[in-house]
Design a protein around this ligand. Structure first.
Ligand SMILES: [Zn+2]
Length: 361
């Protein structure tokens, strides 16, 4: 879809050493190349080499190697196309003339989503506006650090706060496609879909917000949890909540803890289970298994509620795991417990013990 000449142009323009530096790889010059500790395996003696003139890298420890594109793909588990788009932006290469209209729509949905994410965050941390939502987080034991790391936000009980902002920026049509606003049934204009809700941004593995979950806190408008609709940006059968926060730990441990709710995932992270992710729907799909494989999560630990619903979930999730030939274990919580409240009650050590001793699926 993108001509090779454009891809070459991007590769030529990217400073590989600086790019890696921005992503936490410290490199020291050694002769014609640069050397540092490999981000793809754990090591104390540097065996990760970068040759900036040749635009390539190679690790002599784990054999990872390639160019700027493969570096970012591997690091974030992203598709080649998304990586090209991101690097084109960094390199100042204009892809618009080379790409199809569908990608342009996707770019506008991205912009609308970014505006919304910033808006919701600013509302949560506003001293007055966000008070109720911050109290709720506190009552669930979510610290400010964790709330900020997960980018949580607040959509006040208002009708057009976000819609007004989006219209000003010419993004209202894209916002409608993303399910952020809806056209009024009578008259003109759009109204906000998320109102009186604590906002949980759903992010891609590299940390870009692609959708939102909203938990009702004020008013009685709609279901307890409302999710953005699927869009060119967001496909729930390929998205795992929390993977952006979990990916480093997943790569280190080669293991993923899977739970069912956003707050279970957040609570587990707070209890030190940094490789926890959650489903954005009830189904585990082959798409999820691919995402997990890309993130180097070779083993899956299901951590589910200790009730009938939890046991049914194990049965539901088992088929796609076994079909994908995946390795999995099941950490069953005591009867009547859910991961979030239980982790808070027993503390990190007991949680780790449960996960480590979990029997195989
Ligand atoms: Zn390596």
């Amino acid at each position: 879809m993108i001509p090779d000449s454009k891809i070459d142009e991007i590769r030529e323009r990217i400073d590989l050493v600086a790019l890696m530096g921005r992503h936490g790889v410290e490199l020291k010059k050694s002769g014609r190349s640069f050397k540092g500790c490999c981000p793809f395996h754990q090591e104390k003696t540097p065996s990760f080499h970068v040759w900036p003139e040749e635009r390539r890298f190679k690790c002599f420890g784990c054999q990872a190697g390639g160019d700027a594109f493969s570096f970012l793909q591997r690091l974030f588990g992203k598709s080649f196309l998304d990586t090209v788009r991101d690097l084109a932006k960094d390199a100042g290469v204009d892809l618009d003339e080379a790409i199809d209209p569908g990608l342009k729509e996707k770019a506008q949905i991205k912009d609308a989503t970014d505006v919304a994410a910033e808006h919701f965050k600013s509302r949560l941390w506003d001293a007055v506006v966000g008070k109720r939502a911050r109290e709720y987080l506190l009552s669930r034991g979510v610290t400010e650090d964790v709330a900020r790391a997960f980018g949580l936000g607040w959509a006040p009980l208002a009708w057009t706060e976000l819609a007004d902002k989006l219209r000003e920026r010419g993004l209202i049509a894209a916002a409608e496609k993303a399910g952020l606003v809806s056209p009024r049934k009578t008259g003109d204009g759009h109204y906000d879909m998320f109102r009186g809700r604590l906002i949980i941004p759903i992010r891609s593995p590299e940390g870009r917000t692609i959708a939102f979950g909203g938990r009702l806190l004020e008013g009685d408008d709609g279901p307890k949890y409302l999710n953005s609709r699927e869009s060119k940006l967001y496909n729930k059968s390929e998205t795992l909540y929390g993977l952006d926060q979990a990916r480093d730990e997943v790569r280190k441990k080669k293991s993923v803890v899977l739970c069912e709710g956003y707050f279970d995932c957040i609570g587990l992270h707070q209890a030190g289970v940094k490789n926890a992710v959650a489903l954005c729907s009830t189904a585990l799909t082959p798409g999820h298994m691919t995402v997990l494989a890309r993130a180097e999560g070779k083993e899956l630990v299901l951590l589910l509620d200790g009730d009938d619903a939890g046991r049914k979930a194990v049965e539901r999730l088992a088929a796609p795991i076994l079909a994908a030939g995946g390795k999995a274990r099941v950490a069953a919580l005591p009867d009547g417990e859910d991961p979030d409240t239980w982790a808070r009650k027993v503390g990190p050590e007991a949680v780790h013990k449960l996960i480590e001793t979990a029997p195989t699926l």
